[in-house]
Write a protein that binds this ligand. Structure first.
Ligand code: ADP
Ligand code: MG
Length: 302
């Protein structure tokens, strides 16, 4: 977006990354108001969803929901329910209950050794979206295993980006952009967006055109666990309890919903093979850009 007198652009640190919001409205005052409102909304969502903040709704669930059902606001209930639907759609590749595995690998990085089979086996008993008991009538969440915990790390940013975009539109913004690093949404104009080269993260390997849609990228080059000199990606296979190690170096999903692109980029990264991705992409009407370790680029469906 070209800077002009109606356009406002700001960068703030939230949700563990630098977030850039740009807006072009009737005048600069309205654009600035809209950008401030969009940032406040993302901050509110971070406060609700972060598992690192002890007062968040998710932290409260992680403390209490294995003892007895916990009532949550409609927004949170709906979000968790949508996550479970995506777990079903992706055959469990995306699973917000993978938290015990994630904690295990976080701990492993601190201890300098990979988790033992026994540790993974024991954590696996607490993982599985099927063990999440959602009661719509009472709007409550219950964990049927005592060690169960939620981690919305693969969906929170996407959800927050969708909400920020909704607020910009609500404030009369004609053209806007929310860039949260691994998830970006642009509307009201075209944006040619560069895809990072996974082998050389300082440069771009290709570009995609965004217009009224979002792109999310899951890759191993940015976030990883480093254990005894070896790098392990931060995306965990919910069936094995281990970081995904495959042919795919980077996977981007383009969708009309940032939440969907965020979820599916993680899920497709786990699923890993073209056949599965094609089948799922056809069902969810998204485009997927894959880059493998030999730097071959594939766009599905093509
Ligand atoms: P980013 O945060 O860079 O956008 P992702 O959207 O791929 O990355 O989300 C990765 C995060 O999601 C991990 O750091 C972890 O907290 C969580 N996670 C890891 N594996 C899974 C999985 N299979 N399903 C759901 N969440 C996951
Ligand atoms: Mg994701």
């Amino acid at each position: 977006m070209r800077a002009n007198k109606e356009c406002t652009r700001q960068i703030r640190y939230l949700m563990g990354c630098f977030v850039e919001i740009e807006a072009q409205g009737e005048n600069r005052f309205l654009s600035l108001n809209a950008v401030n409102a969009a940032f406040s909304e993302m901050k509110r969502i971070e406060k609700n969803l972060s598992r690192f903040l002890p007062d968040s709704v998710i932290s409260n669930l992680n403390r209490m929901a294995a003892i007895s059902p916990v009532e949550v606001q409609e927004e949170i209930f709906d979000l968790i329910e949508r996550c479970v639907r995506y777990s079903e759609l992706t055959g469990g590749a995306f699973d917000i209950t993978a938290s015990p595995f994630i904690e295990l690998w976080n701990g492993a990085e601190n201890h300098g050794r990979t988790p033992t089979h026994q540790e993974i086996d024991s954590a696996s008993k607490a993982v599985g979206f099927q063990n999440l008991v959602l009661d719509r009538k009472n709007q409550s969440v219950y964990f049927s295993h005592p060690q169960m915990k939620l981690d919305l790390g693969a969906v929170g940013k996407g959800y927050a980006v969708d909400r920020a975009i909704e607020l910009l539109r609500h404030h009369g913004i004609r053209k806007g952009l929310v860039n949260a690093g691994s998830t970006i949404y642009c509307f009201g104009g075209e944006l040619r967006f560069g895809i990072t080269d996974p082998m050389d993260p300082q440069s771009c390997i290709t570009t995609v055109l965004l217009q009224d849609n979002a792109i999310s990228t899951s890759a191993t080059y940015e976030r990883f666990y480093e254990i005894a000199g070896k790098k392990y990606g931060h995306i965990i296979h919910p069936k094995t309890g281990c970081p995904v190690e495959g042919e795919i170096s980077s996977l981007s999903v383009i969708s009309e919903s940032a939440m969907e692109s965020d979820i599916l980029s993680t899920a497709f990264f786990v699923n890993g093979n073209h056949q599965d991705i094609k089948r799922l992409a056809a069902r969810s009407e998204v485009k997927t850009l894959l880059i493998d370790s030999a730097c071959h680029i594939a766009l599905l469906p093509n």
